[in-house]
Design a protein around this ligand. Structure first.
Ligand code: C2E
Ligand code: CA
Ligand code: CA
Ligand code: CA
Length: 279
């Protein structure tokens, strides 16, 4: 095996320093941004292709910082997870999102769910359920409008407190969605163990769905699985007409992706909803 020479080590150290510096910087900036309300919640529609209208929305955090520019959730969520700042940030997102769901119902006269992503750290927080209950009560939002999206990461450690929280959320009336379905190792066993209302097929499987036969089989099977388990199936990351056509062919329930719309600010989401209902 080749040993790293001194220059390679120096390179490695510099890289590491840069990574650590960036993390520290963002960590500090996140705290300031929370206080200054710099985070915004955007909403991406999930479209019912058969009924030709918006079925629901997913809430996604966005952050534009004066000095650092636009920072992707893929970068700041893991940092906020590690530092625990995700608890505060998640509460803000939840509160915004449920109030928005209430407005959508008012505008459209029908129930429009909002899906909210909850990370492992959020799910391990004993304050999660009391917060959700208090917030729904405070804003008079029915739990049935709330969909909680979790990934395998939440379920992985077999923490009894986490299972208990999932049961409690379901008992309250919240819907439960499995996010990034198919990317983990144990998706199937979790489907059997937990009462998922929604299965979200990861965009990795949708990307080349028009040509990749194994992905076609996977997506088709997931759709059948959804039927068997009485769960709604959502295809994520749909960007093109040809992807849409395939998903239509196999009668996938809901479609989410840039083909219809990226995540947009609340005001724009309301416009999308109004237009969708006029069709
Ligand atoms: P996710 O929950 O799997 O969200 C889907 C991601 O795919 C979003 O990225 C969305 O903007 C993006 N996307 C949607 N349609 C398309 C498409 O057609 N093509 C492509 N290439 N991408 C598409 P985003 O908003 O950057 O979020 C990344 C991840 O950050 C999310 O993945 C989620 O895990 C996390 N995240 C975002 N907001 C929150 C939040 O409020 N709380 C928590 N805990 N995590 C969040
Ligand atoms: Ca999600
Ligand atoms: Ca996802
Ligand atoms: Ca993801």
């Amino acid at each position: 095996t080749a040993k790293a020479g001194p220059s390679q080590l120096r390179f490695f150290n510099n890289q590491m320093n840069e990574t650590i510096k960036r993390r520290l910087k963002l960590n500090l900036a996140i705290s300031q941004a929370i206080n200054k309300r710099q985070f915004e919640v955007y909403y991406q529609p999930k479209v019912d292709v058969n009924q030709k209208r918006i079925h629901s929305f997913e809430a996604l955090l966005r952050w534009q910082n004066n000095e650092l520019g636009k920072i992707s959730p893929a970068e700041f969520i893991p940092i906020a997870e590690e530092s625990g700042q995700i608890i505060e940030l998640g509460k803000y997102c939840f509160s915004q999102a449920i109030q928005q769901a209430k407005r959508w119902q008012k505008i459209s006269g029908r129930a429009i769910n909002v899906a909210i992503n909850l990370s492992p750290v959020q799910f391990n927080d004993p304050g999660l359920l009391p917060f959700i209950k208090m917030e729904l009560d405070k804003h008079q939002v029915p739990a049935e409008l709330i969909e909680i999206e979790i990934t395998e990461g939440v379920l992985m450690n077999e923490n009894p407190a986490v299972s208990h929280r999932i049961d409690e959320l379901k008992q309250m009336g919240c819907l439960l969605a499995m996010d990034d379905f198919g990317t983990g190792y144990s998706s199937l066993s979790y489907l059997r163990r937990y009462p998922f209302d929604v299965i979200k097929i990861d965009k990795e499987f949708i990307e080349d769905i028009e040509i990749d036969e194994s992905n076609q089989h996977l997506v088709k099977s997931t759709q059948a699985l959804g039927r068997a388990f009485n769960s709604i199936v959502v295809a994520e990351g749909v960007e093109s007409k040809s992807q849409l056509n395939f998903l239509r062919l196999i009668q996938c329930d809901l479609i989410q992706g840039y083909y219809f719309s990226p995540a947009v600010p609340a005001e724009q989401a309301e416009k999308l909803l109004k237009n969708s209902d006029e069709l």
